[in-house]
Ligand binder design. Structure first.
Ligand code: GTP
Ligand code: SPV
Ligand code: MN
Length: 585
């Protein structure tokens, strides 16, 4: 399929290591993919769903001990440990190749090795980058076909170039004790073994498009971020673009596809989705930031997705989608999950494949069960989805899950203050990664699990980028998750988040005033439109309060977090922290 000597060497070396029975190059042709789906159906790896209700859709289960990203087993393997920084796990590259090479040795005996050429970003665009993923999993092949652009055309675009990311994946024994997700940023290489869960094995996504790409971006002067990209079209037909970074399972897919509240729809507002998880961002010739979504599909959280919360996501899954670890409704051969509707199926299997009814009190779908769905299925996909240069950003928004402390929305004073706001993000952990759920942890720019180098250098890169952007976007922080004393969310969220985006865009155009607080600019409560909501201005006031005592506690946490970076922390950020402390006095 190619004469590219570097690609051939990579494949030959992988064959020598993994010792598969045979090698299949993925062309991207539908006939080949269909044959693979049939093979996977025969082994039970994929279950074909009801062709009338869910055409082209399949159900898949990952192993019971393999249902989320494994941050504890994810490593950055660069020569100097300090370059991985205090947040990442580090392994010496030589040791990593030896130790994990022994696990890959013979891992594909008796199996087929698939070689998937893929492009992150539209094929041939100058912002795009190419990867080759080698895998022993048909699930990976058919999912990469949804999540990226794959096949012969990618190899043609690559030509003789050595500029591609080498990804090697083997499910091997799915042994959790030998599971490793390794990144070698200095070698453009990813090794993933003993997992079959999406985030660990669809190597174009977090492994390449964030961990490797963030390292490339630092060296090449651009940014790879864990951000959705959306366009808000106002009644005059103008579209403004916003990129937003929220930690895993904190609302990116939902915001990216939001349906405007009735009132806004009537006025003519529309929201267009460019991306729901990852943004590659560069400085354009006009001095603005321009963002592309390098992915071609959505790997979305299933539970809670319904016709009310996110109809666009649900519609995106209605054809050619793959569901993982959801409930199998045997009555009509479809799928179900908690929060889809109020009618759990009676005749069903849970995510583990056991007979299940809701009456058992157990969850039928795993909390991190997901779908992979083609982006083109999304009813609100942006006309700029494939635009080779991306879309210009008016605003960057950070946000997390905070029961208290963070107000509904506030604006940073300037770029450096915005970098500070992003760097101090904290959020309650979710089911997207293994480990405890609901624990508040620092998750700077929602990138804690995804920066492929030292987090302090990543902060410095953000500060440096600011100097290169003549027309800087404004930076904000949002929190949809503030709760009352009974633990209920106060803000309605979802579609109504557009009310907050409206304020954000008005700020970008200097159309509305704000109140200065120690942490930044907060709206006047009256400037958040609550028409049609059954909450009062007083509730908005409560959502916007900045509690000085809580923030004093917060600064202590930030200080502790920053301390681990020592001298490598940019001085701009320690100055920002000092300024915040002074303002809180
Ligand atoms: P990843 O795919 O892991 O990166 O997640 P994500 O950031 O795309 O999160 P997603 O949009 O899938 O939402 C995760 C969970 O947050 C779901 O259970 C949603 O129902 C819930 N959620 C999303 N937006 C809101 C909101 O505005 N308010 C509330 N209360 N919950 C929300
Ligand atoms: C996330 O956890 O942020 C996801 C899902 O988007 S995964 O691909 O597993 O990383
Ligand atoms: Mn994500």
């Amino acid at each position: 399929m190619t004469n590219n000597q570097q690609v051939l060497k990579f494949v030959n070396d992988s064959v020598a290591l993994c010792k598969p029975r045979n090698v299949v190059w993925i062309t991207g042709e539908e006939a080949q993919l269909e044959e693979l789906r049939r093979e996977a159906m025969a082994t039970g790896e994929l279950v074909k769903l009801n062709e009338d209700l869910l055409p082209g859709c399949y159900l898949h289960h990952s192993a019971i001990n393999d249902v989320a990203r494994v941050e504890g087993r994810t490593f950055i393997c660069c020569k100097n440990e300090e370059d991985a920084g205090p947040i990442n796990n580090w392994m010496d590259p030589k040791e990593a190749y030896e130790k994990v090479g022994a696990i890959f040795d013979g891992a594909m005996k008796g199996k087929t090795m698939y070689v998937i050429p893929y492009s992150m970003g539209a094929v041939g665009s100058k912002f795009s980058k190419i990867g080759i993923e080698i895998t022993d999993s048909i699930y990976v092949v058919v999912s990469m076909n949804i999540m990226t652009r794959i096949g012969t055309k990618v190899l043609e675009t690559l030509g003789d170039s050595n500029d591609f990311v080498r990804g090697l994946h083997a499910k091997a024994e799915l042994d959790a004790d030998k599971r490793y997700i390794l990144h070698f940023p200095e070698d453009n290489t990813i090794w993933s073994v003993n997992s079959g869960y999406g985030g660990n094995v669809l190597l174009g996504k977090k492994c390449f498009a964030l961990r490797i790409a963030s390292f490339q971006g630092k060296n090449e002067g651009w940014m790879a971020e864990h951000m959705l990209i959306l366009g808000v079209e106002n009644p005059q037909g103008e579209v403004k673009y916003i990129a937003a970074a929220f930690p895993s399972a904190c609302g990116k897919t939902n915001l990216a596809m939001l349906i405007p509240p009735e009132l806004y729809k009537k006025k003519g507002y529309k929201v267009w989705c460019v991306g729901d998880d990852i943004a590659w961002i560069r400085v354009g010739e006009d001095g603005r930031l321009w963002a592309i979504n390098p992915e071609n599909g959505f790997f979305g959280v299933a539970p809670g997705t319904n016709m009310k919360s996110n109809p666009n996501a649900l519609m995106s899954t209605k054809k050619n989608a793959i569901f993982t670890n959801v409930v199998h409704n045997l009555a009509n051969n479809t799928v179900w999950w908690e929060g889809m509707d109020k009618n759990p199926p009676e005749d069903a299997l849970d995510w583990k494949g056991n007979r299940w009814t809701a009456a058992s009190g157990d969850k039928g779908a795993h909390p991190n069960s997901r779908f992979t769905a083609p982006a083109i299925n999304c009813p609100c996909i942006s006309s700029e989805f494939e635009a080779p240069n991306g879309v210009p950003l008016s605003a960057i928004v950070f946000g997390g899950r905070r029961a208290k402390t963070a107000p509904l929305v506030y604006q940073a004073r300037d770029w450096d203050n915005g970098v500070f706001v992003g760097s101090i993000m904290a959020s309650e952990t979710t089911a997207a990664a293994t480990g405890a759920v609901g624990v508040v942890r620092r998750d700077p720019m929602a990138m804690r699990p995804f920066v492929g180098y030292n987090m302090a250098d990543y902060f410095a890169h953000w500060i440096n980028m600011g100097k290169k952007i003549k027309n800087q976007p404004k930076i904000f922080n949002v929190n949809w998750f503030r709760t009352d004393d009974e633990g209920n969310f106060i803000w309605p969220g979802f579609g109504d988040n557009l009310r907050v985006l409206e304020w954000i865009l008005a700020r970008c155009e200097d159309k509305v005033d704000a109140v200065e607080t120690p942490i930044g600019y907060v709206p006047n409560a009256e400037d958040i439109n609550i028409e049609g909501l059954d909450i009062t201005v007083d509730t908005i006031k409560e959502l916007l309060t900045v509690d000085k005592d809580m923030w004093k506690e917060e600064t202590a946490g930030i200080e502790e977090f920053y301390a681990q970076f020592g001298d490598r922390l940019p001085k701009e950020l320690s100055a920002q922290l000092d300024a915040l402390k002074a303002a809180l006095k």
